[in-house]
Ligand binder design. Sequence first.
Ligand code: SF4
Length: 304
Amino acid sequence: MAEPLDEAASGGILRKPAWLKVRLAGGEVSAHVAQTLHRHGLKTVCDEARCPNKGECWGQATATFMVMGAVCTRGCRFCAVATAREGEALDPGEPGRLASAIVELGLRYAVITCVDRDDLSDRGAAHFAACVRAIRERDPGIGIEILAPDYQAGEIEVLLESGPDVFAHNIETVERLQSVRDGRASYAKSLSTLALASAWALARGAKLRTKSSILLGIGERRDELLVALDDLRRVNTDILVLGQYLRPTPRQIPVVEYVTPEEFTRLEAVARGKGFAVVISSPLARTSYHARASAEGLSGASGV
Ligand code: SF4
């Protein structure tokens, strides 16, 4: 598995601490996930973003699907996903194959994300929505979480109308450090995306939860982090994920700080005090980590 590199080995000054040791992918269940994905020609953010949790998640027969190809038209400085001006041609068969793979894997909760597609007139919103609908049509009982890219208001609504249970969109870091994201994204825009999703659900009486993640260790100060948590609550974000940034390859920005597990626990309590319904806060937490449990309000529970 592609484990994040040790900063010391990659020319940085920080050595990766012991608490970030991860389980390597392997075993029968993991192989079954890999074969199913391959057979259906599907990509995952687990692979493309070199997620450190692949061993754990795939070993429990879950993965986070990444639709619309593996090439992103954005270039965030912390992300390992390949980038180019144009993405891959959209595959109209992808929604159906995605639904088939989810059913074959026996998933009762599916997390879907996508690359940014600025090269498409609707940034791929209709295709993403078609993926959600295809799963719903195959089995209405499957919980669906979407991790949305940087969309315009109308595109967000297209996605919301497909009926996800959880709408996730990440602010990624505190306001001062937003330049680590692609220049077309911004803190204010991400907050307005989350606000729009919450307001949309409220207006329709929809049982939609919203979710956002922040990567720690990029250089943020604690006071800035607390402001970000307040801002997320101000737009009614329900679920918060705090995880440690790990440099995927030497091409991405270095880690500035390894936040201790004790500090993650302290921050979890702080965030709960601010009113988030669910907080997942641990060094290896990612947006889709233990996603089913977090959607069910079972923060800290095992399982994905
Ligand atoms: S945390 Fe999410 S992206 Fe990472 S391996 Fe698990 S399912 Fe995949």
